[in-house]
Design a protein around this ligand. Structure first.
Ligand code: GRF
Length: 210
């Protein structure tokens, strides 16, 4: 399975995927392309260090959003990408791309969807809101991307306990380490080995447990 990973930041989720491939936790998949909208994303360095094509495709390089979307889709198709993984990618995926990749785009979100998700819930804001609400458990979700925001069928989730002295930064790190970096590679492996299907908008997979 040819995987294209879209990133915007540090790339720790990308790194988790590359490490899982290297140690055999993910089989039948390779990351053949990494695209960032941010030229300074360290995730691009991580890709280059792994001899993976790493390109910056940013809205700023184009006359308008439409041209940016076309360029993004063209690059993905040209590279033969079969599964798109959004790993900390902060740009909305337009219907044009969602339709070109039906149930072939997945996203990692740092909460237990449907809590703390949707427009405006990204990065640290997600953890700030969880702490503000005083929830005792949060976590991460891998889901298929549809034309909504964080609304597609859920593939895997993993819970993380909140501690009384957590700050947003400490909580974010724990959610990444204990949840994101585990369930994103696992979801890719399930898909690469045909263990996931969507029926009536819900994911069927024998491996719910993470
Ligand atoms: C983090 O906020 C993470 O929770 C979310 O994307 C952001 C950056 O992750 N999934 P990464 O280190 O760039 O993978």
């Amino acid at each position: 399975l040819k995987v294209g990973v879209l990133v915007s930041g540090g790339g720790t989720n990308l790194q988790a995927i590359l490490d899982a491939i290297d140690c055999g936790k993910i089989t039948n998949a390779e990351v053949s392309l990494v695209i960032s909208n941010n030229p300074k994303a360290y995730a691009l360095e991580r890709a280059k260090n792994h001899n993976i094509e790493a390109v910056c495709i940013s809205p700023k390089q184009f006359e308008n959003r439409e041209e940016f979307h076309r360029a993004l889709l063209a690059k993905l198709k040209e590279s033969g990408v079969e599964l798109i993984v959004l790993a900390g990618f902060l740009v909305a995926i337009p219907p044009m791309i969602v339709e070109a990749y039906p149930n072939k785009i997945i996203n990692i979100h740092p909460s237990l969807i449907p809590s703390f998700c949707g427009v405006g819930y990204y990065g640290l804001h997600v953890h700030e809101k969880a702490l503000e609400r005083g929830v005792r458990v949060t976590g991460a979700t891998v889901h298929f991307v549809d034309t909504g925001t964080d609304t597609g069928p859920i593939i895997l989730q993993k819970a993380v306990k909140i501690k009384s002295d957590d700050t947003p930064e400490v909580l974010q790190r724990r959610v990444m380490e204990k949840a994101e970096w585990k369930i994103l590679p696992k979801a890719i492996n399930l898909i690469a080995n045909d263990k996931v299907k969507v029926v009536d908008g819900r994911v069927e997979t024998e491996e719910f447990d993470t």
